[in-house]
Design a protein around this ligand. Structure first.
Ligand code: B12
Length: 247
């Protein structure tokens, strides 16, 4: 990687990892080549981008401190989304001479399609393997719609894909691509994984499809399992409308 790009990556890693985020570089072209044109990101192939994941420790390292600060200022609406965008906006401010485009996982195009496909980006950056229906040879689901799921080699399903950061003015034609670790290798386990993610995702079990290093704490699970409107009470707030952020 060129020196400038390497320095950008180092700063991002130092800053974001301290708050429980993980960062994986990619060339936009790696993402575009596996997708149909309607999902393409409109940048040259060798443009530098980073996928940002939140790991289980983000809740304690970034979210709780953020909420307690904002609580005093009483300007909280979508706590998780606001916390993520707070940190990523600071990233942008750190590079005043650099263009940085941020796309969040929840952003939609006017045609209601997501602005970026988080799971595809995670897969091509090597962050987490994206298991799709086509990764199973003997498919038992018939006509049913089956959504795919990413599994991280250390956190299993206990993480979320929050955003992609794009640096339109930095080209990295020599960036090395690493394949994601295929940690759900058998046909039987892959079927189990997709079943759990599609039909039993509320019981959290798909997240433990492999041995994990860390999972969400009971407190974090309680927070996410609580309907969005009631989460304010858990945080000690009065009320308000809240989006149900992915977790
Ligand atoms: C819309 C959406 C939903 C919708 C529809 C789901 C869907 N997948 O379409 C609903 C509301 C149902 C939903 C539910 C959930 N979701 Co959801 N959802 C999304 C969202 C915003 C967009 C997904 C989407 O529309 N994809 C469009 C389809 C067409 O993409 P696709 O199926 O991947 O198809 C592409 C690939 O196949 C690709 N492709 C083709 N060939 C190849 C080859 C390779 C190698 C690769 C890599 C790709 C590739 O091309 C296709 C497009 O042309 C994403 C965030 C994001 N921005 O991506 C989260 C996301 C997928 N959801 C997530 C989660 C966790 C959930 C829930 C568990 C709820 C929760 N707790 O947050 C449930 C579980 C599903 C269920 N049983 O209901 C996580 C998944 C994390 C993971 N580990 O994979 C995501 C990534 C959000 C996040 N921030 O982490 N979700």
């Amino acid at each position: 990687m060129e020196l400038h790009a390497a320095l950008v990556e180092r700063w991002l890693r130092d800053y974001l990892c301290a708050f429980g985020f993980e960062l994986h570089p990619l060339q936009v072209g790696w993402y575009n080549t596996v997708l149909q044109p309607s999902f393409h990101l409109a940048y040259p192939d060798s443009t530098l981008a980073f996928v940002v994941l939140s790991t289980p420790s983000m809740f304690d390292k970034a979210f709780k401190p953020f909420v307690s600060k904002q609580l005093l200022l009483k300007r909280i609406r979508d706590p998780v989304d606001q916390c993520i965008s707070h940190h990523l906006s600071l990233v942008k401010e750190h590079f005043p001479d650099e263009k940085v485009h941020i796309i969040y996982d929840y952003e939609m195009l006017p045609n209601r399609k997501p602005k970026f496909l988080a799971q595809t980006a995670a897969h091509v950056s090597g962050a987490a393997y994206y298991y799709q229906r086509k990764d199973v040879k003997c498919d038992p689901w018939g006509e049913k719609k089956i959504y795919g799921v990413c599994i991280h080699p250390q956190y299993g399903g206990w993480f979320a894909i929050r955003a992609i950061l794009i640096f339109p003015e930095i080209q990295v034609p020599f960036l090395e691509q690493y394949a994601p670790i295929d940690c759900v290798t058998t046909e039987e386990k892959r079927i189990q994984l997709l079943e759990k993610f599609n039909f039993h995702w509320q019981d959290w079990s798909y997240r433990d499809i492999i041995e994990v290093k860390e999972r969400y704490s009971e407190e974090q699970k309680t927070y996410f399992a609580t309907p969005p409107a009631e989460r304010f009470k858990l945080l000690g707030l009065q009320g308000g409308i809240q989006r149900n952020a992915f977790y």
